[in-house]
Design a protein around this ligand. Structure first.
Ligand code: AMP
Length: 579
């Protein structure tokens, strides 16, 4: 798939809408919503998926989270059901987990705001009463996990006979979770005339088989298969930090503070994010400015000038804004989130490490986007080292290094006579105390005495990822003066199929529905089987069951003991999990 680079037209069209989205055939209410969200142009998957879906075709799309896939199906879905009048529900989106049901539900709601589309996320573990009530009242789009959707179909509370649009999102994960039969049963309830879109990060034969059974002559799309041309990817030290969405801003702040960059580009996906991030960085005492397509030419020129002269240290930009600009070599490129394709990634990091100089590219990403990071690595043939986020101690050590450098410089420069009388006046105090007090004032003046909190380690989602996590000190990353968080907190992998060598998966027949939380399982295993909680790997909790990774050598003991124990007060079936 080609990446278009509208290099000059960074502003909105005459009507105020992004020309990229207009050309896909989206109508005014959706364009207005995208404008308000600060989306400047479609991502590659959106460019490919939206036109055939708008034309009414079924679609088979290979795309990972982070590519903009939700909007790729939600926008055409909303436009199509928007014309349908009062069929309720008129669209069904099936997703593998409750987290996704909530996340996708929120996204669809956001995109459908102008169209006044009502959306209901439906998932297990949530009280059924309010769901029944909402379904009875009528909603336009239901975003559901397969198990709960089937429950409602059986109760007669979810009627799909008139559904117009069905999406299977992350189909491979749904199959991995054993939802194949549920999917068939649900799709059987839908009319033959409906339109269907199936998205999957991978395309194994079992996905093709589902597609064959349920899609009619689908348009097939895949995110860029061709590798980025050899030599086009710049030689840059590339690192990534994995944090959950809610800690992304804190992670960026930590990364920027530790990097101490004198000229860095911070990339965001949307205008809104650019504004939020800029405000946050300024609030923390950084000299940051925003640049995006919503600004006038004059404003952009002024911002660029300040950046070129070093007056601004951090330039926070969208891809579109940055593309149209003559940006000088920068020391760091920081991706506030993973860009939606390998091409955009290469383009972004190409701003650093130019002309033989050393460049650093840092990416912050959500655990769900790790697959996309792998794809980017494959396409760029470059390794992105995933490191644990610098801890507070690492930041403090960095700050003290900087203080030392500042003091060294002043001491070397001499010319201290003007201040020596004051030192005399303070001579009642020990000299070391006087110096420490002066340093304390300096630290305070820099704003480096601000209280900081540790940012929780996000679980890596694949064994590859776990292996690529290195000790920050050893990897030469930004962390110094302290051991990295991951060493103290064992990584818990959450992905099904993402089992490390030597680990076995244990099935526990209780999940969200029974109120099970990871702590219950860790507690039960650690107490009953007398093993240290550190040895327990990923824990995945579904509606009616859970899967726990444990060392294979201990699996049979754990299964035996756990089978006899009570979890949350009751006996539950425990056995080795078979895929
Ligand atoms: P998804 O792959 O659907 O999970 O989307 C990943 C992120 O990209 C979400 O935070 C979206 O809000 C954002 N996003 C999706 N499409 C665009 C776009 N065209 N421009 C900017 N951000 C986008």
């Amino acid at each position: 798939m080609k990446q278009h680079h509208p290099s000059v037209n960074v502003g909105p069209t005459a009507k105020g809408f992004s020309p990229g989205f207009v050309s896909l055939g989206l109508e005014a209410p959706l364009l207005a919503t995208l404008e308000a969200l600060g989306y400047e142009e479609p991502t590659p998957i959106q460019r490919e998926a939206i036109p055939p879906l708008l034309a009414g075709r079924d679609l088979l799309g290979q795309a990972a989270t982070g590519t903009g896939k939700t909007a790729a199906f939600a926008l055409p879905m909303l436009q199509r059901i928007g014309h349908d009048g009062k069929v309720r529900p008129s669209a069904l989106v099936l997703v593998p987990t409750r987290e996704l049901a909530i996340q996708v539900g929120e996204a669809v709601q956001r995109y459908g705001k102008e169209l006044r589309i009502s959306v209901l996320p439906v998932y297990g573990g949530q009280a059924i009463g309010p769901q029944l009530y909402a379904l009875k009242r009528g909603v336009d789009v239901v975003v559901a996990t397969p198990g709960r959707a089937l429950d409602h179909i059986r109760r007669g509370t979810l009627k799909l006979q008139e559904v117009r649009f069905v999406v299977l999102d992350e189909a491979d994960e749904m199959l991995d979770m054993g939802f194949a039969d549920d999917l068939d049963a649900i799709l059987e309830q839908t009319p033959k005339t409906k339109q269907t879109a199936l998205f999957s990060a991978t395309m194994p034969p079992r996905i093709r088989s589902i597609a064959h059974r349920h899609l009619r002559n689908p348009a097939e799309i895949t995110i860029a298969k061709e590798p980025v041309k050899a030599g086009t990817a710049p030689r840059v030290q590339q690192t990534a930090y994995v944090v959950v969405r809610s800690h992304r801003a804190a992670a960026l702040a930590r990364v920027v503070d530790v990097a101490g960059a004198k000229s860095a580009l911070v990339f965001c996906r949307t205008r809104l994010e650019v504004d939020e991030v800029t405000a946050m960085l300024i609030g923390r005492g950084h000299r940051a400015e925003a640049i995006h397509g919503g600004m006038s030419q004059g404003q952009r020129e002024r911002v660029m000038q300040a950046f070129k002269t070093g007056q601004t240290e951090l330039l926070v930009a969208t891809d579109v804004a940055a593309r149209g600009l003559d940006i000088p070599q920068v020391s760091h490129v920081i991706n506030y989130d993973l860009p939606s394709s390998a091409e955009v990634y290469v383009h972004r990091i190409g701003r650093t490490g130019r002309a033989g100089r050393e460049g650093v590219a840092i990416t912050i990403l959500d655990p769900r986007e790790q697959r996309l990071l792998r794809t980017i690595e494959q396409h760029t043939k470059a390794r992105v080292v995933v490191l644990p986020l610098p801890r507070v101690a690492d930041l403090r050590a960095k700050q003290l290094d900087r203080v030392q450098a500042m003091m060294d410089e002043v001491l070397l420069d001499g010319q201290l006579d003007a201040f020596k009388p004051l030192v005399e006046r303070l001579s009642a105090h020990p000299p070391a105390d006087i110096a420490a007090a002066a340093i304390k004032l300096l630290v305070r003046a820099q704003g480096w005495d601000r209280p900081e909190q540790e940012i929780p380690v996000a679980p890596p989602r694949s064994p590859d990822m776990a292996r690529s996590i290195q000790h920050a000190g050893r990897a030469g990353g930004p962390s110094r003066g302290g051991s990295a968080g991951i060493d103290r907190q064992p990584a818990r992998r959450l992905q099904r199929g993402g089992r490390e060598a030597g680990m076995a998966r244990v099935y526990v027949g209780a999940g969200h529905e029974a109120g099970i939380r990871p702590g219950d399982l860790v507690g039960a295993i650690a107490n009953e089987a007398k093993v240290h909680s550190n040895v327990i790997g990923s824990i995945e909790i579904e509606e009616r069951f859970s899967i726990v990774d444990v060392p294979a050598s201990m699996a049979s003991d754990i299964i035996e003991v756990l089978g006899r124990a009570r979890i949350k007060g009751r006996r539950v079936p425990v056995r080795l999990f078979r895929e």
